[in-house]
Design a protein around this ligand. Structure first.
Ligand code: NAD
Length: 378
């Protein structure tokens, strides 16, 4: 198959292909064509891609004739309108929120393969881009907080006195939260963590952090896929009230709470932020899906009147773009390796992974919940 990748928007420094992934695709028998300058966000020269086996073409026509188009972020509808029906568009497609893109994919007869829909199974782990990127986001959030806060994270004993360790509170302990806990612990912080899925308590403790428990009443747990069940408004209100004390004692709060397919739950309101010490830092990893924190602006740093910095983490900081690209390109390459057999894609009916990720096919949206969202928005 002919594989290409679309250049990302300027604020996004990650790439969907790096030279090692190109090499792998070429070994698998694919032809890789890329627009000249594709690697510029990471200072990767065209020669590096060419040496790996890619053909570097003038940007205008680079996607002509491509059968598989890789993306980092959902492409603008105009970017996919020129693609021939049947072309695969593979990558983060943000299916519940980038509805114009989903509509353009379906209307163009394109086959969107949406990596957010990857099953969270052990087998699929190497193709799981949500996990690879969330892990880096968890790390980046702590490093960013450490740079922006006005104190050190570890305890330090000096001749002039002892500095207490910073207190870090991680809210939401999925893949990103676990990496945030591990990173904050490595930097010597004292870490508390909370999640509505009680199953994570043991994982939190195994990283040396404290799992805080709140009584929210009613049911809380996880879906069959392992995602958090959405809380009721009443439960969320109880959670906010009970968390206020831990939040006020924390120097850094990192929020990562997501509920699949829905806007992020609002966990910290203005009153909770006002209760934090001046100079404290909140990093909201859910900023792009609405934010866990009142006042978050995706991609921006907001300083409250009380001197608390709220960082809406988006996109993934440039500081991790190289490794994030390496992981993401590997995830996509493994997906291609898994899904394509003898020059064609395995039929969805015969392969659970293809069936899960194939969002649009034959002019239709295959995922029921996304289809319903699209119909409701029409
Ligand atoms: P996510 O990004 O959907 O959500 C992040 C965390 O926020 C979750 O732990 C969720 O429980 C939590 N959350 C939601 N509402 C909350 C609230 N009100 N307060 C506090 N926390 C709240 O999660 P994810 O990182 O994508 O992980 C989803 C699931 O998939 C997890 O169970 C994870 O262990 C599992 N997973 C499994 C594999 C595998 O290979 N088996 C790989 C990756 C992820």
């Amino acid at each position: 198959m002919v594989v290409t990748a679309l250049s990302s928007p300027p604020e996004e420094r990650r790439l969907a292909l790096v030279p090692s992934a190109v090499e792998r695709l070429v070994k698998l028998g694919h032809e890789v064509r890329l627009p000249a300058g594709y690697g510029a966000p990471l200072h990767l020269a065209d020669e590096a891609f060419a040496a790996a086996g890619a053909r570097m073409l003038a940007p205008e026509g680079a996607a002509d004739g491509a059968e598989i188009v890789l993306v980092v972020t959902p492409p603008e509808p105009e970017a996919v309108r020129g693609l021939a029906a049947g072309t695969f568009v593979v990558g983060f497609l943000d299916p519940f929120f980038s509805l114009p893109t989903v509509r353009a994919l379906a209307e163009g007869g394109l086959r969107g393969m949406c990596v957010e829909l990857m099953p969270r199974s052990t087998y699929a782990q190497k193709m799981d881009a949500l996990s690879s990127q969330a892990s880096l986001a968890g790390y980046a959030a702590v490093v960013l907080a450490a740079q922006r806060i006005d104190k050190v994270l570890p305890m330090m004993s000096t001749p002039a006195g002892t500095i207490a360790p910073a207190r870090v509170f991680v809210l939401g302990v999925g893949v990103a939260g676990l990496q945030a806990i591990a990173t904050a612990k490595r930097l010597g912080a004292r870490v508390d963590a909370y999640d509505t899925r009680p199953v994570v308590a043991e994982q939190v403790r195994s990283l040396g952090a404290r799992f805080v428990e709140f009584d929210l009443g009613g049911e809380q747990g996880q879906t069959e896929e392992g995602y958090a069940q959405a809380l009721t408004e009443e439960q969320l209100a109880r959670q906010r009230t009970q968390m206020a004390k831990v939040v006020s004692q924390s120097d850094v709060v990192i929020t990562t709470a997501q509920v699949f397919g829905r806007p992020a739950p609002r966990l910290l309101d203005a009153a909770a932020i006002a209760g934090m010490k001046p100079g404290s830092v909140v990093v909201d990893l859910a900023a792009v899906s609405g934010g866990n924190v009142e006042g978050t602006v995706a991609g921006e740093e907001v300083v409250t009147d009380g001197g608390v910095r709220i960082l809406g983490l988006h996109p993934l900081p440039a500081s991790v773009a190289r490794d994030a690209s390496l992981m993401y390109a590997a995830n996509l390459t493994f997906l291609i390796e898994h899904a394509w057999k003898d020059g064609a894609m395995r039929p969805a009916a015969e392969d659970g992974i293809v069936d899960a990720v194939l969002l649009t096919d034959d002019g239709a949206v295959r995922h029921e919940a996304v289809r319903a969202r699209l119909e409701a928005s029409a």
